[in-house]
Design a protein around this ligand. Structure first.
Ligand code: AMP
Length: 209
């Protein structure tokens, strides 16, 4: 990854900190955050046909179909703000999604440059979801319908069954770098920045810049 487009997948279970780190990367590096979860929640909030179709699925913590999320992402990555790359947050979540993403990027002369895994203990994930509910309540906002302890447990099961196998998929492509997601936010942000900059430095040396 050089001066051209940089496409990064943030990988990890629900509550690992993908959204937080994606927002920081957007702020500091200008790559847009592509969160399929946020796009789907916005569709639900706006009462669009898509929102009506997925509302119950999101509330249960199930995955929506590959076709739906692949369609959303295909449309999103063609917007001009993705020309310099993007940070994928919560996508891909299945092997079929990862294969579709590789294909749609390849068709555009791009690829996934880096998969950043945020590693966090399950117990911490439960605490973080509880924290997220409290923070929403304190701000007078509605908590996410899927942040209840029971739904979170189910989302973790879905993660281990459908999404965790993607790590092997991306490891085979030599793209995975793991960061300790248990550390405080600023520490994780620094570790993420180090990984990205060392990858970019390596590429720059390779092409003799
Ligand atoms: P998130 O905000 O990433 O935790 O996503 C919230 C919910 O949106 C998930 O529990 C799923 O119901 C749905 N969702 C988000 N991204 C995907 C995806 N890539 N594949 C299938 N379902 C998704």
């Amino acid at each position: 990854m050089g001066e051209g487009a940089v496409n990064i997948v943030l990988f990890g279970p629900p509550g690992a900190g993908k959204g937080t780190q994606a927002r920081i990367l957007t702020e500091r590096r200008g790559w847009p955050q592509l969160s399929t979860g946020e796009m789907l929640r916005a569709a639900v909030q706006n009462g669009t046909p898509l929102g009506k179709q997925v509302e119950a699925i999101l509330a249960k913590g199930e995955l929506v179909t590959d076709a739906i999320v692949i369609g959303i992402v295909a449309e999103r990555i063609d917007r001009p703000d993705c020309a310099k790359g993007a940070v994928f947050d919560g996508f891909p979540r299945t092997i079929a999604q990862a294969e579709a993403l590789d294909k749609m990027l390849a068709e555009r002369g791009k690829k996934i440059d880096l998969v950043l895994e945020l590693k966090v203990d399950d117990a911490a994930l439960v605490q973080r979801a509880e924290q997220r509910v409290k923070e929403a309540q304190a701000k007078g906002e509605a908590a996410r319908s899927d942040d209840t302890p029971q739904t979170l447990k189910y989302r973790l099961e879905v993660y281990y069954k459908n999404t965790a196998p993607l790590l092997a998929f991306y490891s085979r492509q030599g793209k995975v770098v793991t960061v300790d997601g248990m550390a405080p936010i600023e520490t994780v942000t620094k570790a993420v920045a180090r990984v990205i900059d060392s990858k970019r430095g390596w590429f720059a040396r390779l092409i003799g810049r």
